[in-house]
Design a protein around this ligand. Structure first.
Ligand code: 3PG
Length: 213
């Protein structure tokens, strides 16, 4: 898959809802109910981070839930890309970009949402054909004002800001013309997953899904 085709696909996925939940799932038994709650609340695109031993099985399990589009986050290496693809991930997300990672996504036909935090990083990815990027770490890298400033010289790139995004600051990002959606872990807090508060997660998802953009 070419970078251009990857960005067409990730634009489509980021267009599904204003928020992409960033999920850190420790316990496989919580995967399906978490996905069901988020999807029922109106958030179909789910990013499962490869940060727990269960993550690949979580992707496999969540991929069976109707109405969802499950991707793998925290892709750092070609091995991560191959494992994510084999687990059934429909897209990948990375905090940054390396030649090896981009090549692996091309080879594996995995649409990638690569991370960038600066104009030079964004320009380098644009040069390769990516025009849909993750802005990471969003708040630490200057937040909505920084992303807005990036949009003036490089309006052709759209972003999914992630990292420190909350219900409170999400509207500041979603108001920007170069932001398609935001990513965040706040929609599925660890404590609520651990306690099995599925209706609580569905409520948060519903609020997130109603944010305007
Ligand atoms: C990510 O994993 O992409 C982000 O770090 C998620 O950030 P958050 O936990 O601040 O939402």
């Amino acid at each position: 898959m070419t970078p251009r085709d990857a960005s067409i696909k990730t634009r489509e996925i980021c267009g599904l809802a204003p928020v992409v939940p960033v999920l850190v799932i420790e316990d496989l038994t919580t995967a399906v109910p978490t996905a069901e709650a988020l999807i029922a609340g109106g958030l179909p695109a789910l990013e499962v981070t490869l940060r727990t031993p269960a993550a690949l099985d979580v992707i496999k399990a969540m991929a069976t839930v109707k109405g969802g589009v499950v991707g793998a986050g925290t892709l750092l290496t070609p091995a991560d890309v191959r494992a994510a693809k084999a687990a059934g991930a429909k897209f990948g997300v990375s905090p940054g970009a390396t030649d090896a990672l981009l090549q692996a996504c091309k080879d594996e036909d995995l649409p990638l949402l690569p991370g960038a935090a600066t104009a030079s990083e964004a320009m380098a990815l644009l040069e390769r054909g990516y025009d849909m990027l993750k802005f990471f770490p969003a708040e630490a890298a200057g937040g909505a004002p920084a992303l807005k400033a990036m949009g003036a010289p490089i309006p052709q790139i759209s972003f999914c800001p992630t990292g420190g995004v909350t219900l409170k600051n999400a509207p500041d990002y979603l108001a920007l013309t170069n932001t398609l959606c935001v990513g965040g872990s706040w929609v599925a807090p660890k404590s609520m997953i651990q306690s099995g508060d599925w209706s609580g997660i569905e409520d948060i998802a519903r609020t997130a899904a109603s944010l305007s953009r």
